[in-house]
Each structure stands twice: as C-alpha cells, then as structure tokens.
Ligand binder design. Structure first.
Ligand code: ADP
Ligand code: MG
Length: 608
C-alpha cells in the first residue's frame, strides 16, 4: 500500500484514502476480483486508477460515459501522459497511436467504450498487449435488473473469455444484492469479493408516521421541523393542492413540477436556493439540479416506489453534515399509484401481442408482408382493438419490448425536429455538473457544450439523436429522458414532437403468437418491481433501526449497526416495554408485600 499512497499524493494530490478505498485497493492488489458497491461521490474511480498505475502492464477500464472519459483521462494526465481513451469519437489514426503507446508501455490506463469490444480485431489487439486488469465502471449496466441496462455491456463476458483476463473488478453505486449476483453471473467472475460500504448517513434522522390524516400530521410536523424543507408528492395535482392547503394555513411554500413553464420553475428554484422560499412541494423531478447543502428536512408526503428512490431523495437533506430529518407519511392507499406504474411498465404477453397486431391491422399489413412506409400509431384504434384504455406508458413499454426484439423501430417522435436550448447561465450549468450525481446527464450536457459551444445557451439546437448516441452511447430514449429532465428542472427548453409516433416494421409481419419476446424476463422484472415496492412498504412497519434496514437492503453489512437517531432507535423497544411493564407489576407486588410485612411487623410490635 505504500506505493498506492505515493501515487495518491503524486497523481491525485490527496493525503489519505477513504476507508473503503483502502480496503478495495489492497484487495485488488492482492489479486482478488472485487465487486465494489459504494454510493455516488464515494471515490470509486481511484479504486481502479491506482492499481492500474501501479501495475507493470496496462489496464482496461470499461465505462459507458464517453464524454466523461476525456475529463478523467485529462485529470490523470496532468503531469505525464499515462492514460488514454478509445471511443467512437476518435479517428482510426488516433486509435493506432494509442495502441502503439500501450505497446511501448507509455499508457497504463485505457478507457474503452463497451461498444468497441464488438470488434474482434480490436479485442485481438488488446489481448496481444496483455492487460493486467479489467475494470468495469457503472457495472449495473450489465444487469437487466439494474436501473440502466445497456445491451453493449453484455459483450463483456465474451470479451473476458476471449482475452483470458483473470483479474476483473466491477464498480457501481446502485446495486441491490440481487443485482450484484447478476453482475457476477453475467461477467462470470470467479470467487469475487463483494464490498458494500458507505451507505450510512450519520446526520439524517428518519421517522415514519402511518396515518390517514396526512394533512393534519403535516401541519403538526411543520410546526416543529426546520426549514429549508422539501415535501415530495406523487403527482403534479397533489403538489398544487397541498401548496394551496399550506398557504391557507399561513405556511409559506411553493410548488414545483414539470408542468410549470421554464421561467417560473427557474425562479422558484432560485428563490428556494437563496432561502426566500422555505418550503417546496414537488414531484420527484425536483432536487437533482439543486446544489443546496443546508436542506434540513425532507418529507415524503407519498411513499416512493423503492428504497433506492427513497434513499436518493432523503440524501438531499443535510449535505452540510448538520443534523437533518427525513419524515415519511404513510397511508396504505398511496401504494396504488405505484402498482399502476408497475402495471404500465411491464405489459402482459397478450397485450404486447395485441398491440403488435393492432398496429399492423390499422395499416392493413398482412402476415408475411413488410411495408416500406412508416406506420402511424393510432391510439383510438388500439383502444378499440384491445378493448382497454392503453395509457401512453403502457404503449411505450410494449413498443420498447417489440423494438428490442427487432420487430419494429419507433420513429417520428425521435426524428430531428426535436430541439433543445439551455436556458440557464453557463456558470450555473457548470456548478450543477459538479454537484449532480447523474453521470449520464453529465455526459450528455458536456458533450453538447463541447460540440455546440456557447451556441446552445443562445439558440435552439436541433437534435440529431443518432449522432449524439454515437458520441455518448446514450440511446434515443435515454437522451429524451435526460432532455425532459433538464426541462423539468428549468435548465433547458426541450421541444419534442411527442405523440405523433410512427413505427417501421423491420421484419415481415408475423402471426402474433410467433412473436419471440423474452416474456419470462418481462414477467420476472414485473415481479421484481413489485418486490421492491413491497420492501418499501415493509420499511414502514420495521421495528428496529431504519437505517439498518436500508443498509441491509443495499447489501451492506449492518449486523450491529444502529443509527441512534431514527424513530425506532429512539422509541422504547416493544419487547423492552413488556419487560418494563412486568417489572413495574413485580415492583408493585413487592411494594405491597413490603407494606404487608410492615403492617404485620407493626401489629406484631403493637401486640408485644
Ligand atoms: P464515484 O465514482 O464513487 O461517484 P468519484 O470517483 O467520481 O466518485 O470521486 C468523487 C470525488 O471524490 C472526486 O472529486 C474525487 O477527486 C474525490 N476523491 C476521491 N478520493 C478521494 C480521497 N481519498 N480524498 C479526497 N477526495 C477524494
Ligand atoms: Mg464514478
């Protein structure tokens, strides 16, 4: 570890490792294959950069975040060019130069986008130069159970087999034990050492109230709890209604959601940051774009759909390290909206089949034929055809499954009539990029700024999804989500021709029963989402330390952990309560007995 310590100082300018880093690096140096799960910002990059710099041979880092590669590489290369990246933005000649540098031992750390590994020739070159380690960043991308599956990550296993690399470690911030097991299986890592650390937040006190009078409870809580506060609700309408209610009760607050126009959203955000608005009532879009370290209270007026979301949202409290609270108000009825979301995300087999046939029938495409024109999607027709009201969420989920199985391609809303413009000051954007924990977002924004310069802050840029995908690895869908998000937080104006979708068949129409989709997986994911919701619900009813429940959920060893701050840690344990009641009873009995003895004693005395 001495060498590691020197490199820490020399290359990164830090004096000491964080505890998890030390453990992970020393395991990797011992030759162990590590799966490290540490929260965002914990410093995972150092855990692979340092072993790579120590090693004699070069190492490969797989990362999906193309625009971020350049930043990482630049920061390591400050003193000496020792690191490089290869992705689709480079010309052939540049790649050749880097490969030569590796062969001559000049480059120790090579960042590679997963797509590159599809090329046999490229893999052959990497293999011939005998890499010491393979490191996989954002490793949750390999699991369909993870929150951000990327098909290109599935090529990794073949790459590992082909090159025969034995030392493989993986890093992620978001993996439940199920996802960790899946990562191990998908990569076929032998005897991995799983290290999960750092999910505790010492300054956040959690409490949960089960009530069907949430408004009254909220008023009561707001009487004592400190500002600034965020109150999370599950819908836009609720945000507005609750805000009205608080204002009627003379509590100063504002609501915030994606339906408000950009200017208003921005001004609400600014006022919240500056402290003029003490309470914000918001949907879950709010928070990521906010770099505010003194938020004292996060209230969940509605329960989130998973512990992951809950953890992320309460994590916005107390970034300054000072005592803060996270309060959840729970009413069983609130679970229904999540159940609805889950139903929409994982449509049943029969429904996917019907939607496919419905789309084809509407355009009068016979089985076995394939029109060269795009087919419009007519939702009224689909509703009649399937005899149910198909929500846009449900329709999109079904189309996504059909698309990923190669039957069709969803177009028009993604063709390049969409446009985006950043509507905040460039410095503010920079500030935001530093603070956000969403790497994909960083990747996209950095790419856009690099590519369009200040233009994107001044005028609308028409979006070429394909071009951006080839430079960032972000699919159309992911990009759209991110633009929508930037627009939700008031950072960008995004105009999309949503709702006017068409599809192109990529194969001649098949009989619907012959559609080959992975229905089993869809069903498993459906059950998994339900299980996540159920675990969120169990969190409400748990009796022991709430943070311990969260740590266990993430697979962190929490055997003897208790936060000492949550409602359960602070309340009397029910079992302890029974003991104390028994003890009290016993004491009462003893007391009576003693009095009896006393009386008896004194009467004996009297008799004497
Ligand atoms: P992660 O990938 O886990 O989200 P990063 O590797 O991006 O986190 O690191 C987050 C930040 O922490 C970076 O700014 C990094 O320079 C800093 N950092 C990492 N290790 C240390 C350390 N030992 N001491 C101080 N700062 C560190
Ligand atoms: Mg990282």
């Amino acid at each position: 570890m001495k060498k590691a310590q020197e490199i820490l100082k020399e290359f990164f300018g830090y004096d000491s490792f964080r505890p998890a880093q030390e453990e992970i690096i020393s395991e990797i140096l011992k030759g162990e294959n590590v799966i490290a799960v540490l929260p965002t910002g914990a410093g995972k990059s150092l855990c692979y950069q340092i072993p790579a710099l120590i090693s004699d041979n070069y190492s490969i880092v797989i990362s999906p975040l193309i625009a971020l590669m350049k930043d990482q590489v630049d920061s390591i290369n400050k003193n000496k060019k020792i690191s490089a990246f290869i992705n689709s933005t480079l010309e052939w000649i540049e790649i050749e130069k880097i490969l030569n540098d590796i062969a001559f031992g000049k480059i120790k750390l090579l960042y590679v986008a997963p797509e590159r590994l599809e090329s046999k020739e490229f893999s052959e070159r990497l293999k011939s130069m005998k890499p010491a380690y393979l490191f996989i960043d954002e490793a949750h991308c390999i699991s369909e159970w993870g929150h951000n599956f990327r098909p290109s990550y599935t090529k990794l296993k073949a790459f590992i087999e082909f090159t025969g690399i034995k030392k493989v470690s993986a890093f992620t911030a978001t993996a439940t034990p199920e996802v960790v097991q899946d990562i191990i299986k998908q990569l076929d890592i032998k005897n991995p050492k799983v290290i999960v650390k750092g999910f505790e937040r010492e300054n956040i006190a959690i409490s949960v109230y089960t009530t069907n009078k949430k408004r009254d409870k909220l008023l009561e809580i707001l009487k004592t709890n400190q500002r600034p506060a965020i109150i999370y609700v599950s819908s836009r309408k609720k945000a507005e209604k609750l805000n009205e209610f608080l204002n009627l009760n003379k509590i100063k607050s504002e609501y915030y959601h994606a339906g408000l126009n950009n200017l208003i959203r921005r001004s609400i955000q600014d006022e919240f940051i500056s402290g003029n608005i003490p309470i914000i009532i918001a949907t879950n879009a709010f928070g990521m774009g906010i770099d505010k370290s003194d938020i004292r209270t996060v209230i969940h007026y509605d329960i989130p759909g998973s512990i992951e979301n809950y953890y992320q949202e309460i994590g916005r409290a107390g970034r300054d390290g000072k005592p803060s609270s996270a309060i959840l108000l729970f009413d069983e009825k609130d679970l229904s909206i999540h159940k609805y979301f889950i139903e929409s995300a994982y449509p049943k087999k029969e429904l996917i089949q019907q939607i496919y046939s419905g789309i084809c029938d509407f355009a009068q495409v016979g089985v076995g034929s394939m029109p060269d024109k795009n087919i419009p999607i007519n939702t009224d027709f689909l509703n009649l055809y399937t005899k149910q009201n198909i929500s846009s969420g449900l329709l999109h989920s079904a189309l996504t499954y059909l698309e990923s199985a190669g039957y069709l391609k969803v177009n028009s809303s993604f063709t390049s009539n969409d446009s985006v413009k950043f509507v905040i000051d460039p410095n503010r954007m920079k500030q935001f990029l530093k603070s956000t924990d969403n790497d994909e977002l960083k990747d996209l924004v950095l790419f856009l700024i690099r590519n369009f310069g200040s233009k994107i802050f001044n005028e609308r840029i028409s979006i070429d999804y394909q071009f951006i995908e080839s430079n960032t690895g972000l699919s159309n869908n992911s990009q759209k989500e991110l633009y929508n998000f930037l627009s939700d937080i008031g950072f960008a104006e995004f105009i999309s021709l949503d709702g006017k979708e068409t599809v192109t068949l990529l194969q001649p129409r098949v009989v619907k029963e012959n559609l080959r989709l992975n229905y089993k997986l869809i069903n498993e994911l459906y059950l998994f989402a339900q299980e996540k919701l159920e675990k969120m619900r169990s969190f409400v009813y748990v009796n022991d330390c709430r943070f311990r429940y969260i740590l266990k959920y993430f697979g962190q060893n929490a055997e003897n952990y208790s936060c000492g701050k949550c409602d359960n840690c602070n309340s009397e344990n029910p079992i302890k309560d029974i003991y104390s009641i028994l003890l009290k009873l016993l004491k009462k009995k003893i007391y009576r007995l003693m009095i009896m003895i006393k009386i008896l004693n004194s009467s004996i005395c009297l008799m004497k």
